[in-house]
Design a protein around this ligand. Structure first.
Ligand SMILES: Nc1ncnc2c1ncn2[C@@H]1O[C@H](COP(=O)(O)OP(=O)(O)OP(=O)(O)O)[C@@H](O)[C@H]1O
Ligand SMILES: [Mg+2]
Length: 245
């Protein structure tokens, strides 16, 4: 994989006319893990959704680039094709779309030809097993009736099957049991080694201990107020966000 950076340059985002993010700049390199932490309502999900091109989150200033490619004006599916992946804080339920078929289509899309059914199924079941996701969920509607933790594991399954250049994970760790957290961090670490870069939104300092991130950013009121190493996550656990406001 050619080395490229995910570059956010002075990103401003508004939702329903209200500014949620006011000028965020950061650079995530291939194979790097950046954590984004911050109090509730500080604009983290707004940033994640806008990066993926969610129509309700308007980028009103700045630019998003993946290597040389400017993603700022692109549609969500074009951003995905460029190699960007988002795992949402609240993955929607989509009835009538079977998880395994959905995954086969998203994995096939970049190749312009469908991936073979049996070959794909084998790979999918192996990855589902590794993520502790019951195989029977593969044949259910996407997230339909899935428990909170099952939804998160299904998001991770999509991630490992797609192997994007960059992934934005919005609280994928929340609601997972201890085994689930370990499984997710192991999967993230495996992808990181093969070059995927990560921007991981989390409230848990334990994630920093599991993943040894390259950078930890703290967002308050729509701005990054401090950037440091894993010790920043420990400081947040000890002192809360009081000292950052
Ligand atoms: N439609 C809207 N109108 C006005 N304000 C909104 C709207 N949607 C979101 N907001 C506000 O934007 C702010 C940022 O929300 P966002 O979801 O980005 O926060 P967050 O950092 O992800 O929080 P959490 O840690 O709780 O997930 C919040 O104060 C939220 O209430
Ligand atoms: Mg959020």
């Amino acid at each position: 994989m050619r080395s490229e950076n995910l570059i956010l340059k002075g990103i401003r985002i508004s939702r329903d006319g209200r500014e949620a993010v006011g000028g965020v700049s950061l650079v995530v390199g291939s194979g790097e893990i950046h954590l984004l932490m911050g109090p509730n309502g500080s604009g983290k999900s707004s940033l994640a959704n806008a990066l993926m091109g969610h129509p309700r989150y308007r980028i009103t200033g700045g630019a998003v680039r993946l290597g040389e490619q400017d993603l700022t004006g692109l549609k969500p599916e074009e951003r995905a094709r460029a190699g960007l992946f988002l795992s949402m804080q609240y993955p929607p339920e989509v009835s009538g779309v079977v998880l395994s078929e959905f995954l086969r289509q998203v994995v096939s899309a970049p190749h312009d030809r469908p991936v073979g059914v049996s070959e794909f199924r084998e790979d999918l079941e192996r990855q589902a097993d590794a993520l502790g996701l019951d195989r029977s969920l593969l044949d259910r509607g996407l997230n339909e009736g899935f428990s909170g933790g099952e939804k998160k594991r299904a998001e991770m399954l999509q991630l490992v099957m797609m192997r994007p250049k960059f992934a934005v994970l919005d609280e994928t760790d929340s609601g997972l049991d201890v085994d689930g957290l370990k499984t997710v961090t192991t999967a993230v670490d495996g992808l990181r080694r093969s070059g995927t870069g990560f921007l991981i939104i989390t409230h848990q300092s334990a994630v920093a201990r599991h993943l040894s991130p390259d950078r930890v950013h703290v967002m308050v009121d729509g701005r990054i107020v401090e950037t440091g190493g894993p010790e920043l996550a420990e400081r947040i656990e000890r002192e809360g966000y009081e000292g950052f406001r």
